[in-house]
Design a protein around this ligand. Structure first.
Ligand SMILES: NCCCC(=O)O
Length: 249
């Protein structure tokens, strides 16, 4: 059974030669390919009104929250800091509702970069709106090297799911200017950079959520632990599919 993996769509706000009007819904090709090569069926979900999210819920077994704009800080009770990047509130509202319903229904969740930040906010955590707010930061978290190259190491907690997937000291890529500040009550930190920036989180109570700050979709082809993260999502989503899909009569 091939599990269906939802990819909540980003919004292309620029007109192009092909798309003459603004606002195309899209998912990045590397994420689509990582899901397909791992044995999943990608299902791209355009942002809709949060009231309509319920109509998406039978379409997928697992979900991968992806990168994109900064999350609107009013979702964690803050006014915008001067170094906040662009935001897109409609996508935030959609994805927070999709997250809540996915958690309630036991869907498997992998969240990447902005995705990890959004999941943390949706479950009650907060962010540094810019890494300059974190006095401990010493590493370069927004690498100038190509995105498919690793640029710094992280240390993974031995008692985590991520440790089984990536080992103790994976070498990862890094492309972010924000990070988790307060971890949501139902999540635990499972990896940090050497300057203590949070690089991965997981559910405390079960295996439902695994989030990473880096971009495994960009290193998928040549980086064993990035590949293993998608294989793990497909494995967990297959279990959800077996448990929840109706058998044909
Ligand atoms: N905050 C959304 C994108 C990732 C980052 O720059 O932190």
């Amino acid at each position: 059974m091939r599990p269906r993996i939802a990819l909540p769509a980003d919004t292309l706000a620029e007109a192009t030669n092909i798309i003459n009007e603004r606002n195309a819904a899209y998912a990045p090709r590397p994420a689509i390919e990582a899901v397909v090569k791992s044995g999943g069926v990608p299902v791209i979900l355009p942002s809709v009104d949060p009231d309509d999210v319920v109509d998406y819920m039978d379409l997928f077994d697992g979900v991968c929250f992806l990168g994109g704009y900064d999350v609107d800080p009013t979702f964690f009770g803050e006014e915008p800091f001067e170094k906040l990047g662009p935001t897109y509130r409609k996508r935030d509202l959609f994805e927070i509702e999709l997250l809540k319903q996915s958690v309630a229904r036991g869907k498997a969740i992998l969240d990447i970069c902005r995705g990890m930040q959004l999941v943390n906010i949706g479950l009650g955590g907060t962010l540094f709106q810019d890494l300059s707010q974190d006095p401990h930061v010493t590493l370069k978290h927004n690498q100038l090297a190509p995105g498919n190259m690793p640029s710094h190491h992280i240390t993974v907690a031995p008692d985590s799911r991520l440790f089984k997937i990536a080992g103790e000291r994976p070498y990862i890529n890094s492309r972010h200017h924000q990070a988790i500040r307060d971890v949501a009550p139902t999540l635990k930190v499972t990896a940090r950079a050497d300057d203590q920036v949070i690089e991965a989180v997981e559910s405390i109570e079960n295996d439902q959520i695994l989030g990473v700050q880096w971009h495994p979709e960009n290193m998928y082809k040549h980086h064993a632990s990035s590949k293993a993260l998608f294989a793990d999502l497909v494995e967990r989503s297959t279990e959800v599919a077996k448990r929840t899909r109706k058998q044909p009569q």
